[in-house]
Design a protein around this ligand. Structure first.
Ligand code: GTP
Ligand code: MG
Length: 671
């Protein structure tokens, strides 16, 4: 069996990960906004006796290397590891999307061009003549819909053609444009054919003119002093990236004449966009969209949450059966209070995860999430951030780790750190599974009010945090918004969306169930350490520090749960139930236990042992605590600074306790 490596290259949002997933059967993040893939992902597949390794590269507007993910992409392409490069462009906006192809032209790896989103271009009334383009470019070109799983035979055929023919882009017309730049020929004549493997002198010359730092450094090593001083002199009046950019766009214009037929009437902004981009209605419309989205998430979530309650009931039945069968207490405890208790909780949480992933996945696919970023671009600018920061915030409603990773597209380090620091304040999926549940148990119909207050506190928290950390992290001159482009709306592809939603829910299940089981088990063991709860390690430590924790409104059990929540919020509720269920003191608990059957479910335990102000304190403490250890690790991975990671973690712990304290004392006044 032969082997070949394919690299998927293209501007953000051109469909690389969609192709990658279809080829390899893997599940990379896909959505209708630029900048999802920030790390190279590799997978493989076999076709016609060849094994292909595929690399899904982060989207990049050109072959320049300004931000982390652009460096990853360019390094992979110029390293010569790919036997063939598949360049993807968005057929619905070819003029802009082909810029990557123009910037790639002159690199030495064989390639072919995939004009993706054929269906969207068709809906816009565009027709594209692939044969003419193929002749002009000298490489295989195909029209394609990556989301159409039946269209891949054509993809394999084009891929094989490119591999066999080792096809390279015909750059003669582009070079004619470059030659009009002052000094171009002089620079090129000083760069030898072999100056840098994988790059032609034409490509190196263009990058040198653009002031590309990596290329300049490499040329410094490769060329003689004489040649270098000649380069410098020749490039003085060349006009930099603006001059080469003009050449590339002219070349693209030339390429597309006679290739794309556009409809006569220009495509106007959709009705929705007229609202979203309106100065007055934009923000309210976006806020309404998010609120409706959260409410809609409950529709698919509720039946699954109901299933979680069934497991809770099952727990009681199993408990009675085990007690009747005289199974040792420790085993009954393990099965009922650790395993079944965790499962019931995890299933309830998964319902919400599934609901949120489905609804927000849909909004993302259609392109509405990108509008949300756009609307908040200005506000972000005022916080010292970029429009791009909004997506990490929104992603953090699902998972802070995802939010932190999403911040990689921000090319300014200070803004990246600040974005992640603020994203921590956004309650994640696990928090959203706990807050509504606890609020309903304690405050009944007042629960929505608690949620609204939490959202308001979140906004205030982010604003204050931006003020505190912003000054040191973001210089004044960098304080400008950066308009995020608006991708065209896409019709949702239900099959792909549902596969994504179920995949994500399954992944979350396996990740979460481990955390919940382990955290639950550890705390259960600690609290049952010596068989008697009031002599257990946790009881002794907990009661010793209780005078301090009480100040923040947290009895010792809740304080321990707060600590457990910084490992993973998922574990907090398991810990509470293990601690309260194992507590042999507390009149309420005794009352709950004295029922005919063992009716002590979590709600009753909580109501019997925790007062309303304490519950409020706890809700605030775990909502605004540091998200979890995984998010902590992801943050370090993105910002590469132990100091800042610890600083943010400490800040969040202190703020969470302060908020708990305030909530408790306000609670005392109200209840
Ligand atoms: N209608 C339509 N949508 C498509 C097609 N191909 C991809 N999409 C959608 O386009 C969006 C972007 O696709 P991705 O695969 O995430 O793009 P990407 O190039 O990996 O983007 P980044 O990782 O951000 O660089 C997603 O919403 C896809 O579902 C297609 O042929 N037709
Ligand atoms: Mg991608």
């Amino acid at each position: 069996m032969s082997a070949a490596t394919i690299a998927l290259l293209g501007q953000p949002n051109s469909g690389k990960s969609t192709v990658f997933n279809a080829l390899t059967g893997m599940r990379q993040h896909v959505g209708n906004w630029p900048g999802k893939t920030v790390e190279k992902k590799e997978g493989s597949f076999a076709h016609n006796g060849t094994t292909y390794e595929v690399a899904d590269l982060p989207g990049s507007y050109s072959m320049s290397a300004n931000s982390d993910e652009e460096v990853i992409t360019r390094d992979f392409i110029t390293s010569g590891k790919a036997d063939v490069v598949c360049i993807l462009a968005d057929s619905s906006q070819l003029e802009r999307s082909l810029f990557m192809l123009a910037d790639y032209a002159g690199l030495d790896a064989p390639c072919f061009l995939v004009l993706n989103m054929e269906d969207v271009a068709k809906d816009q009334g565009k027709s594209i003549d692939v044969n003419v383009l193929e002749k002009k470019l000298g490489i295989p070109v195909m029209l394609f819909s990556a989301t159409d799983t039946k269209a891949y035979d054509k993809f394999y055929e084009t891929l094989e053609r490119a591999l066999k023919g080792k096809t390279r882009i015909n750059v003669s017309e582009l070079e004619k444009e470059y030659e009009k730049i002052e000094g171009y020929n002089d620079i090129k004549s000083s760069i030898s054919e072999k100056a840098l493997s994988g790059c032609t002198p034409m490509w190196l010359t263009a990058k040198y003119i653009e002031g590309d730092k990596v290329v300049s450094a490499k040329l410094n090593e490769a060329l003689s002093k004489d040649s270098l001083s000649k380069l410098e002199a020749a490039s003085k009046n060349s006009g930099g990236a603006i001059a080469t950019g003009e050449c590339k766009f002219k070349w693209i214009d030339e390429l597309l004449t006679g290739v794309v037929n556009k409809p006569k009437t220009s495509v106007s902004l959709g009705k929705l966009d007229r609202i979203y981009t309106s100065k007055v209605w934009g923000k309210p419309a976006v806020v309404l969209t998010v609120i409706l989205g959260l409410i809609a998430s409950f529709i698919p979530a509720l039946p699954i949450m109901g299933l979680g309650s069934v497991v809770d009931m099952l727990k009681n039945v199993v408990h009675d059966a085990l007690v009747n069968a005289a199974v040792p207490d420790i085993l009954t405890g393990l099965i009922c209070d650790v395993v079944l208790q965790s499962m019931g909780y995890v299933i309830k949480m998964l319902g919400f995860v599934l609901g949120v992933t489905l609804v927000f996945g849909l909004l993302e696919e259609v392109g509405i999430m990108a509008r949300i970023s756009y609307v908040f671009d200005n506000t972000m600018g005022r916080l010292g951030l970029q429009g791009k920061s909004v997506m990490p915030f929104l992603v953090s409603f699902g998972c802070t780790m995802g939010g932190a990773a999403g911040a990689r597209v921000i090319d300014n380090w200070g803004q990246k750190v600040l974005t992640i620091a603020l994203a921590w304040a956004v309650p994640c999926g696990a928090a959203w599974a706990i807050i509504p549940m606890l609020s309903t148990v304690f405050f009944g119909l007042g629960a929505p009010l608690v949620i609204v207050v939490i959202l308001l506190v979140m906004i205030l928290h982010m604003w204050i945090t931006a003020k505190i950390f912003g000054k040191g992290l973001v210089k004044k001159e960098d304080r400008c918004g950066m308009i995020m482009e608006l991708p065209p709306y896409h019709k949702p592809k239900w099959g792909a969306l549902l596969r994504y939603v179920f995949g994500r829910t399954k992944d979350t299940f396996f990740r979460v169930v481990k955390v919940v089981l382990i955290v639950c088990l550890i705390f259960w063991l600690l609290s049952y350490g010596s068989g008697e709860t009031d002599t257990s390690i946790l009881y002794r430590v907990g009661t010793a520090i209780e005078p301090v924790t009480k100040f923040f409104g947290l009895p010792w059990q809740l304080f321990i749960a707060f600590i457990a929540a910084s490992v993973g919020k998922e574990g907090a509720v398991g810990v509470i139930s293990a601690l309260y269920a194992g507590t042999s003191y507390g009149e309420g608990f005794a009352a709950a236990m004295s029922g005919a059957a063992r009716a002590a479910n979590l709600n009753e335990l909580l109501l019997a042992n925790v007062s309303k102000p304490e519950a409020l304190a706890f809700i605030f403490a775990i909502t605004f605590n540091l998200p979890c250890v995984v998010a902590l690790a992801a943050t370090y991975q993105e910002i590469h600074s132990v100091k800042w990671t610890l600083k943010i973690a400490l800040y969040y712990t202190v703020v969470a306790l302060l908020l708990a304290c305030v909530a408790y004392h306000v609670g005392l006044l109200i209840f």
